[in-house]
Design a protein around this ligand. Structure first.
Ligand code: SF4
Length: 656
């Protein structure tokens, strides 16, 4: 059951419909000059899907505090106009929206010509391009006032609450930590004075908005930095924030520069709950929110059952499924966030507009209906099985991987009659391989969700049915065909590549019976996944051989370092700059990047040297003369990833 999660909650005077809060996310389109239409559409889709309190992406209280140029600044009247519309529309729809008040401090990456970043002290960070300027004592007090003014704006613009961004290593955290606050004035010098800035911000915000307006403080429960803020200081700080007028504490974990993964798929769900629970123990009755790596309501329920925590903050799961709460409430399948970070965090790190791998609609909620009569874009949160313009038509989707299933799902959602043909015995395509990799088990959920929804919407899925040249008549009987036949492993031409212990990556993923000494040839994401999977066996030595100098060069910025650290931890050897490869029955011989000849013992050699489009069906479909689209790997494997596959499936459905 979800009794605890679905029970009403409270933050100050604000009554919440349930215990889930949508955490702040930088969407990357604050600056879009559309009067706030696309921002409002994003939040409204979540309101319709049952979201309670939602927190906006950070709105900078000062131009120097903008993290990336695409984020909004509260000084900007055009941005405030957009926010007014967003708050108004969300409020009118019965939603609750908190404005997050933000200052990046030394994490700021201003546009060229923008203000120089500022911080308590001139301490550079390895993830920021510029060393910040130390603030004068007076300038610190002015920033406190900026937060207060931002809070007044929030109330006047019609928001339901504010959240002060005091975690993740942004400015307020920078004041708290001895690593970044080297001051010796009233704002630094000992823990008491280092706490003062965050406490002063809460007090000033409280004074600005009055006693009844809800104020949430986002704070760091553990910065995961050697020499950072100690536990006693965190406890004292939490109490001081409560005393200064915070109505709730939302507990984050880690700074952006912490060397410990916090939000990656490798982090077990619920891993950071004890950090929030410790803050709760320090503050007693004050509501405390847990966050980070809780991606299902059932997990949230378990946290509420096992701890005195009051509320659960979930952010990315609301990208993956705007209707997360409503679907969970009714026991329907949920489109689970797989914590890939590929379309959200990795994009927001560079200030690009976020989307979601498993939900390509994110960021396009306000797109106009195409003028030439295809089905209207349907919000999966509310309207399923609507009737398309011109009546339902029949579509064959060939291939039930991510691209094909997404196309099939979206077509069925739009009211068309969809039949999916999958050659394998099960749907999933490349995701059936991926879900075996540690941390990627939820990839199977993405497939389960799409197939369950497809079936519910009346679509049919035939597995074990390979469509070939001989099926031209069958294809012709449909109004449209989506070719989503995926990829084939690329063979490489090497001496010894026909030996019995040489396998392609597809069979290696599917089979646990790899040898004790495994050599993976290839340097892309699949080679990394394979090495990760193979290295789970404690007695196995895994070696990755790659031509280039960088393993997993196209992996996302937020994930690559964490996975490579895990491979190192598991003893995986990586040899770069490899040439002159030869596979012998007992070893792989090569010349490495230092021009040294080497022999790597191997019982199993797995070739993960890329993919080719499995596009044999394309000419058949062309010959049939039926409307068609080729999507995902079948169209092109250059730069292919799952984000593109899902998005192409979605686009093909829209184009029909
Ligand atoms: Fe989750 Fe990946 Fe979607 Fe981000 S892109 S919300 S991590 S599934």
């Amino acid at each position: 059951g979800l009794e605890r999660v679905l029970r009403p909650g409270r933050i100050g005077r604000l009554v919440l419909p349930h215990r889930i809060v949508m955490g702040a996310m930088h969407l990357g389109w604050d600056h879009r000059d559309d009067g706030g239409r696309s921002l409002a559409a994003f939040y409204l889709a979540r309101v319709r899907g049952g979201a309670g309190l939602m927190v906006t992406g950070g709105a900078a209280v000062d131009p120097a505090g903008v993290d990336v140029p695409s984020s909004g600044v509260l000084d900007d009247t055009a941005f405030r106009t957009r926010l007014r519309r967003v708050a108004g529309e969300v409020g009118a729809a019965g939603g609750l929206l908190a404005l997050q008040l933000f200052h990046a401090g030394r994490y700021a990456r201003p546009a060229a010509g923008g203000p120089h970043p500022v911080a308590p002290s001139a301490v550079p960070s390895r993830i920021s391009p510029l060393t910040p300027a130390a603030l004068s004592t007076d300038a610190v007090a002015r920033i406190v006032e900026d937060f207060a003014r931002g809070a007044s704006h929030a109330r006047d613009l019609g928001f339901s609450a504010v959240e002060i961004m005091g975690s993740e290593g942004y400015l307020i955290d920078q004041f708290l930590s001895p690593l970044t606050n080297r001051r010796d004035d009233e704002w630094g010098g000992d823990p008491q004075r280092r706490m003062r800035f965050g406490v002063a911000v809460v007090a000033a915000v409280r004074a600005a908005v009055g006693p009844d307006f809800p104020v949430v403080m986002r704070m760091t429960g553990d910065d995961l930095l050697p020499g950072g803020t100690d536990r006693d200081t965190v406890t004292a700080y939490a109490r001081a924030l409560a005393a200064a007028g915070a109505d709730a504490l939302n507990v984050g974990v880690g700074w952006h520069e912490s060397p410990v993964p916090t939000v990656q798929a490798l982090v077990p769900p619920g891993h950071w709950v004890p950090v929030a629970a410790a803050v709760k123990a320090a503050v007693g009755v004050l509501p405390v929110l847990a966050s980070n790596r809780i991606n299902r309501l059932a997990q949230a329920e378990a946290v509420l059952a096992a701890t005195p925590l009051d509320l659960i903050s979930m952010a990315r799961p609301f990208l993956a499924d705007p209707a997360l709460v409503e679907r969970s409430r009714h026991g329907r399948p949920v489109n689970v966030c797989v914590a890939c970070n590929q379309a959200c965090i990795d994009r927001s790190l560079v200030g690009a507009a976020v989307s979601c791998m498993v939900n390509p609609i994110v960021g396009r909620e306000a797109d106009p209906v195409p003028p030439d009569g295809p089905p209207p874009r349907v919000d999966p949160a509310v309207r399923a099985g609507s009737t398309p313009v011109g009546g339902p038509r029949t579509v064959a989707v060939v291939g039930a991987g991510p691209a094909g299933l997404r196309a099939a799902h979206d077509l069925a959602l739009a009211g068309h009659r969809v039949t999916v043909y999958e050659a394998d015995g099960e749907p999933g395509g490349q995701f059936r391989l991926a879900c075996r990799v540690p941390g990627k088990a939820d990839y199977a959920e993405a497939i389960r969700f799409l197939t369950a929804e497809l079936t519910r919407l009346g679509g049919r899925l035939h597995t074990g049915r390979r469509i070939t040249d001989a099926d031209e008549d069958l294809l012709r009987r449909h109004d449209g065909v989506i070719v989503a036949t995926g990829v084939l492993p690329r063979r490489i031409d090497l001496p010894g590549d026909g030996l019995p212990h040489v396998r392609d990556y597809g069979s290696a993923f599917a089979d646990d019976a790899l040898g004790r000494r495994v050599v993976v040839i290839g340097g892309g994401g699949i080679a990394v996944d394979l090495a990760h999977l193979a290295s789970q066996h404690p007695d196995r030595q895994v070696t990755v051989l790659l031509r280039g100098g960088r393993l997993g060069p196209r992996m996302g910025r937020s994930t690559r370092w964490a996975v490579l650290a895990e491979l190192r931890h598991r003893g995986v050897q990586v040899v770069t700059g490899v040439r002159d490869l030869r596979i012998d029955p007992d070893a792989v011989r090569l010349v490495d990047g230092t021009a040294a000849a080497r022999s790597v013992p191997a019982d199993t050699v797995v070739v993960a040297a890329g993919q080719l489009p499995a596009d044999a069906l394309v000419h058949t479909v062309r010959r049939a003369g039926v409307w068609h689209r080729v999507v995902g790997g079948a169209r092109d494997t250059t730069g292919l990833d799952a984000v593109r596959a899902f998005a192409e499936g979605h686009d093909a459905a829209l184009a029909f």
